[in-house]
Design a protein around this ligand. Sequence first.
Ligand code: COA
Length: 199
Amino acid sequence: MAGIRKAEISDADVVSSLILQTGIRFLPLVFGPQVKLILGRLIKTPGTVFYIDNVYVLEIDEGKVVGAMVAYPGYIIRKRSLKTALVLFEMMGMELIRRIRVFRLVESKNKVNKDEFYISNIAIDSEHRGMGYGTKLLKYSEELAKEHGLGKLSLDVENTNSNAIEFYKRLGYRGTKVKRMYIKGSQFTFVRMQKLLNK
Ligand SMILES: CC(C)(COP(=O)(O)OP(=O)(O)OC[C@H]1O[C@@H](n2cnc3c(N)ncnc32)[C@H](O)[C@@H]1OP(=O)(O)O)[C@@H](O)C(=O)NCCC(=O)NCCS
């Protein structure tokens, strides 16, 4: 039986590995080679956007975590940006300053409205894909959105990730805009996808 629960500090390692799978090329370019450690620290530090209170895990028998989702209402991003930046500075030091244009670019392209529930990352362990777990986790985000009184879900997906795009379409998401970014000589194209919930 698969169940979904809020993440705990002890899940940080598995969750950071799963998050990494949502942007295998993109995330190391943005955060640098220490990306997994940095994600782990963000997950463990209260007040960051990646803190465990915004992370949900899917576990199967014997408590084995095989999926994770980072999701939150758009209005908390601004509240948590300072703490997130401070942790990044602690972890990256001057490297953060060198990469500040990259962070600013990503932030400006991925703006989320206050009235949207944003799915920042969702991943299922490669051994457990195609078993309906991703569907279960993504549908759970609809309950979370409703709990927060929000009627719109949004997310960003790389245009090369056709598997995920099909997955989102099947669950009622529609592409609303396309955003291009150049990071360290590589081009990334993201599709913003959204779903309106029935009131
Ligand atoms: C996208 C992702 C979360 C979907 O999770 P999932 O558990 O595989 O999804 P589901 O099993 O609920 O549904 C996937 C669909 O693809 C089909 N499928 C079959 N084999 C599959 C496989 N090996 N991998 C993925 N999907 C597969 C499933 O049958 C299902 O189709 P259906 O609804 O018509 O039955 C998962 O593939 C993943 O973690 N990908 C890597 C991370 C990623 O790209 N995240 C999104 C970034 S924005």
